[in-house]
Design a protein around this ligand. Structure first.
Ligand code: ADP
Ligand code: MG
Length: 765
C-alpha cells in the first residue's frame, strides 16, 4: 500500500461506497487519511458481554444472532429480542416498539452495539441499543481481533472513538476501520509533511505522521486537540502561502504610471457636494500611494453599507481617466468597474456621470440587457443606447475611458486598449475567478490551466500590423501591443462584514483599507424585533414615516406563495402576496410597488425609478435590494421572516435605510421566535457595526454554521481556526517568510503540492 494508491486497489467497495467516496473527493489512500473525524465519542468498546454493569451505557463489538419480533406478554407492546455475543460471552438485546429491528440486521452480522444495560445482575439485557453493522470485508479482517482478547478496539473506558461525517452510502464505521488498516500499514510515515520542520518546532505542532495517528485514533483528548490544531494550521498556512505567492506575483508586474497627483484629486473632491469623511480621505490616500508604486495596486476596501465606498472608487477612477497612456499625446487610461447586479451597475453609471460630466471622457454601461454611453452625440447632457458592437469597438480603441458593467464586462470579447484600473464592487458576490479575470484583463497569464500556461509563453497573438487583428486572436486576454506588459491596478470593495481573521486569510494577498466612519449627520438606526402579534405597531410606525413624506421597504423571503399542494411548503411570506395585501388592507392610501429577482431588468428599472421618484412609497421586495440600492428618502424597513436571513444579510438589508439624515427604523418580524434565533437577532438591536456583528456571529453560532465550507472553500477545521487570531497571524507570518525565501516553493515540494490543492479548493468558492 502507498499513499497515492487508489482506494479500490486495497479495499473491496460496494457501488454506493464508491459513489460516496467520489462525492467526498476521496480518491487515494492519502485522501482517506485526510478525511478527518467530525467528533469523538468518549468510548469505543467500553465493555465485553461479561463485564457489563446494570444502569451503565455500554458499547460492545461482536456478533448478533437470533433476532425475532414478538409481543410482550404483559404490556402487549411490540418488541424485538436477540442476542449479542463476543469472546467473553453472551447478552440479551431488547428493543421496545421496534418490531422492524428483526428484519433490519442480518443473522450473525458483526456489529457495534451501544445502549444502556437494563434488567438485573443475574439477567441483564441491553435496552434499545443502536446497532451499526461492520462491513463484511472489514469484519473478516478484524474477526480475529473481535473475538480474541487482544481486540483492536481499545477497551479502556477512557479511549476516544472517532466519528466520521456520515454520508449516504458509507458509514462512519467503514471509515474508522479502513483508516485504522491504513494506519497499521504504516502509510502515515510515507507522507511528506507540507509544513517545514522548523515551523512545526516553533509552534509545537506534531508532524504529519504523528498528527494523522492522533486525529484518527487519539488515546486522549490532548492528542486530538494537538492534531486538529496542526491540520487547522496547515490549511490556513497553505491558503496564506498561496496568497503570499499571488502577492509576490502581483508585485512583480508593472502597472501603468498614474501621473496625476494628490492635488489633482483634491481638486476633484472639491467638485463633490460634500467633503470626504476622514476614513474616505485615508482610503483615497492609500490608493494614491499605491498608484505611486511601480507594481499594480491590490487593495480591498472594506466599509459598511453607506460608508461611501463609491466616492473612493470615483476618486481613484478620476486619477486614472485624467492620465495619459505612456508615450501618447492623447487618449486616456481606462477604468473598468464591475458590479454584481444590473440595478447596481446602472446606479454607478448614473453617479459616475454625475461625478465626471464635465470631463471630456466617454462613460459606458454594459450589462446583459444592453449598452449605454454618456454623453450622447445628439443631446450632450444625456446617456444614449448604443449597440454592443459599438461599445466593444470604442473600448478597444480607447474612445471610451470608463466602462461600468455586470459580469458582461469579463467576457473575452471585451478588450481594452489601456485598462489601468479594475474595480470590483460587492466583490463577495463574485467568485475568485471572476475577480481575477477582471484584474488580469490585460495580461497574457493565467495561473491555472495548461492551455493558458502555453499562452503565457507564446509571443503576443496576431501577426498582422493592424491592431484590429487582435479581435480574432485565440488568447483569453487579448490586448493591444502597448498594454500587454502592464497589469491594471485592482480595487476590490466589500460591505460584507466578515471577521478579521477570515479577511486576513481569504484576502491575504490584498492590502486592506477600512471605512470605519459613516458620513456625518446620519441619524442612529433603531432596530426592533417585533412579534407576529405586534405587527400592527410596526405598520403604525411606518405610516408615521409615510406621513412625513418618507418611504419604506418591506422585505419578504420569497417571491411566490408556496405551492399549496406541498404540505410542508415554507410558510414564508411571499413578496407578491404581501404587496397585494399591504396595498389592499394596510396602506390603501399609498402606492405599493413590487421588486423581485424574477422580474426582467427593464421591469426592475421601472420600479426602481418610480421608487426613487417617490411615485411608489412602499417597496415590497425580495432580498434583491440587498446590494447597493440608494434611495435616501427611504427611512423604514420591515423584514419578514427575519430569522431566515443571515446576520450579515440583515445588516445589509437595513443598510438600505441608513443613507439619510432622518432617523431610520428597522423592524425584524421573525416567523417564530425560537430562543436561538431571537438571541441572534438581538445582536442586531444592540449594534449597528457590521464588523462587530460578524465577530459576534462567529462567537454565537460558530464558524461552521455561519459560513459553510461551500461558501469559502475551507474545511470545518479551517473555519474553526478563525476563532484563533494568534494561529492566523502565525500562519500568515510564516507564509510570507517562506515565499520571500523561496518564491516558487522549489525547495518545498510537499508544501507546493499542498498549496496547489488549497487553490483548487478555494477557487470552487
Ligand atoms: P457604500 O459604501 O454602501 O457603497 P455609497 O458610496 O453608496 O455607500 O454612499 C452612500 C451615500 O452616502 C450616498 O448617497 C453618497 O452620496 C453619500 N456619501 C458618501 N460619502 C459622503 C460624505 N463624505 N458625506 C456625505 N455623504 C456622503
Ligand atoms: Mg456601494
Amino acid at each position: 500500500m502507498r499513499p497515492n494508491d487508489a482506494i479500490p486497489i486495497h479495499f473491496r467497495l460496494t457501488p454506493p461506497q464508491l459513489k460516496a467516496l467520489r462525492r467526498l473527493g476521496i480518491v487515494t489512500i492519502e485522501d482517506l487519511l485526510r478525511h478527518f473525524p467530525a467528533r469523538y465519542d468518549s468510548a469505543g468498546a467500553t465493555a465485553t458481554a461479561r463485564s457489563i454493569i446494570v444502569g451503565t451505557k455500554v458499547t460492545l463489538f461482536g456478533m448478533i444472532s437470533g433476532l425475532k419480533a414478538k409481543k410482550l406478554w404483559k404490556s402487549r407492546r411490540n418488541a424485538t429480542e436477540g442476542f449479542f455475543e463476543d469472546s467473553s460471552g453472551r447478552v440479551k438485546l431488547m428493543w421496545f416498539n421496534q418490531p422492524y429491528m428483526a428484519s433490519y440486521v442480518p443473522e450473525r452480522s458483526v456489529v457495534k452495539v451501544t445502549g444502556t444495560v437494563g434488567g438485573n445482575a443475574e439477567r441483564p439485557y441491553i435496552a434499545n441499543p443502536e446497532v451499526e453493522i461492520v462491513p463484511k470485508d472489514i469484519a473478516d479482517s478484524a474477526n480475529a481481533g473481535i473475538f480474541a482478547p487482544a481486540s483492536p478496539y481499545k477497551l479502556e473506558a477512557s479511549s476516544l472513538f472517532s466519528v466520521y461525517p456520515e454520508t449516504v452510502g458509507i458509514t462512519s464505521l467503514w471509515f474508522r476501520h479502513a483508516i485504522e488498516r491504513v494506519l497499521n500499514a504504516g502509510i502515515a510515515a510515507m507522507i511528506l509533511d507540507p509544513i517545514p520542520s522548523e515551523i512545526l518546532d516553533r509552534y509545537h505542532l506534531p508532524d504529519i505522521a504523528t498528527a494523522l495517528q492522533y486525529i484518527h485514533t487519539p488515546e486522549k483528548d490532548a492528542h486530538a486537540t494537538a492534531a486538529r490544531k496542526r491540520f487547522a494550521f496547515e490549511e490556513i498556512f497553505a491558503i496564506q502561502t498561496a496568497r503570499a505567492q499571488e502577492r509576490t506575483e502581483n508585485d512583480a508586474q508593472s502597472a501603468f504610471p498614474i501621473r496625476e497627483t494628490q492635488g489633482h484629486v483634491e481638486r476633484f473632491l472639491k467638485t463633490v457636494p460634500f467633503p470626504p469623511t476622514g476614513a474616505q480621505a485615508r482610503a483615497i490616500e492609500d490608493v494614491l500611494n499605491d498608484f505611486g508604486k511601480p507594481h499594480p495596486m491590490a487593495r480591498l476596501l472594506e466599509g459598511d453599507v453607506g460608508s461611501g465606498k463609491t466616492l473612493v472608487a470615483a476618486a481613484a477612477a478620476y486619477a486614472v481617466v485624467t492620465s495619459k497612456p505612456p508615450q501618447r499625446e492623447n487618449g486616456t487610461l481606462q477604468v473598468a468597474y464591475m458590479a454584481p447586479t444590473e440595478i447596481l451597475a446602472g446606479q454607478h453609471f448614473q453617479s459616475f456621470i454625475e461625478y465626471f460630466k464635465d470631463l471630456p471622457i466617454n462613460i459606458a454601461l454594459i450589462t446583459g440587457s444592453g449598452c449605454k454611453k454618456f454623453p450622447s452625440k445628439v443631446s450632450k447632457g444625456e446617456a444614449t443606447d448604443i449597440s454592443r458592437a459599438q461599445l466593444l469597438k470604442w473600448v478597444a480603441n480607447g474612445e471610451i475611458a470608463m466602462v461600468i458593467g455586470t459580469h458582461a464586462l469579463i467576457q473575452k470579447s471585451v478588450i481594452f486598449q489601456h485598462l489601468a484600473l479594475a474595480i470590483v464592487d460587492e466583490q463577495h458576490r463574485f467568485g475568485t475567478r471572476q475577480r481575477r479575470a477582471l484584474a488580469q484583463k490585460n495580461i497574457h497569464r493565467e495561473r491555472d490551466g495548461a492551455e493558458n500556461f502555453a499562452l503565457r509563453n507564446s509571443p503576443p497573438a496576431g501577426g498582422s500590423d493592424s491592431p484590429r487583428s487582435k479581435f480574432s486572436a485565440p488568447s483569453r486576454f487579448p490586448v493591444s501591443e502597448t498594454s500587454n506588459n502592464s497589469a491594471p491596478h485592482f480595487l476590490s470593495m466589500t460591505a460584507t462584514p466578515i471577521p478579521r481573521t477570515l479577511a486576513l486569510t481569504l484576502y491575504g494577498d490584498l492590502d486592506i483599507s477600512v471605512l470605519d466612519e459613516l458620513p456625518p449627520g446620519r441619524a442612529k438606526i433603531t432596530t426592533k424585533i417585533v412579534g407576529t402579534k405586534d405587527r400592527m405597531t410596526a405598520y403604525a410606525a411606518v405610516r408615521q414615516e409615510l406621513e412625513k413624506g418618507r418611504q419604506a421597504y418591506v422585505i419578504c423571503p420569497r417571491i411566490e406563495e408556496p405551492d399549496p399542494a406541498k404540505v410542508n411548503a415554507m410558510q414564508a411570506k411571499s413578496a407578491k402576496a404581501e404587496a397585494k395585501r399591504l396595498q389592499k388592507d394596510i396602506f390603501p392610501d399609498y402606492e405599493v410597488g413590487l421588486l423581485h429577482g424574477a422580474m426582467t431588468p427593464c421591469e426592475k428599472d421601472a420600479v426602481m425609478k418610480d421608487f426613487s421618484d417617490n411615485k411608489i412609497q412602499i417597496l415590497v421586495a425580495t432580498s434583491v435590494v440587498e446590494v447597493g440600492i440608494n434611495v435616501p428618502n427611504a427611512t423604514a424597513i420591515i423584514i419578514e421572516g427575519a430569522e431566515r436571513f443571515g446576520l450579515a444579510q440583515l445588516h445589509q438589508l437595513r443598510g438600505r435605510i441608513m443613507r439619510s439624515s432622518h432617523p431610520p427604523l428597522c423592524f425584524l418580524l421573525p416567523e417564530n421566535s425560537g430562543i436561538v434565533s431571537s438571541k441572534r437577532l438581538k445582536t442586531l438591536e444592540k449594534t449597528d457595526d457590521g464588523f462587530t456583528l460578524a465577530e459576534a456571529d462567529l462567537d454565537v453560532r460558530g464558524a461552521g454554521d455561519l459560513f459553510g465550507r461551500r461558501q469559502w472553500g475551507m474545511s470545518d477545521l479551517g473555519m474553526e481556526a478563525l476563532k484563533n487570531i494568534k494561529l492566523i497571524r502565525a500562519a500568515r507570518d510564516e507564509a510570507i517568510r517562506i515565499i520571500t525565501e523561496d518564491p516558487t516553493l522549489s525547495h518545498n515540494a510537499a508544501l507546493c503540492e499542498r498549496v496547489a490543492k488549497a487553490r483548487v479548493e478555494l477557487h470552487g468558492e
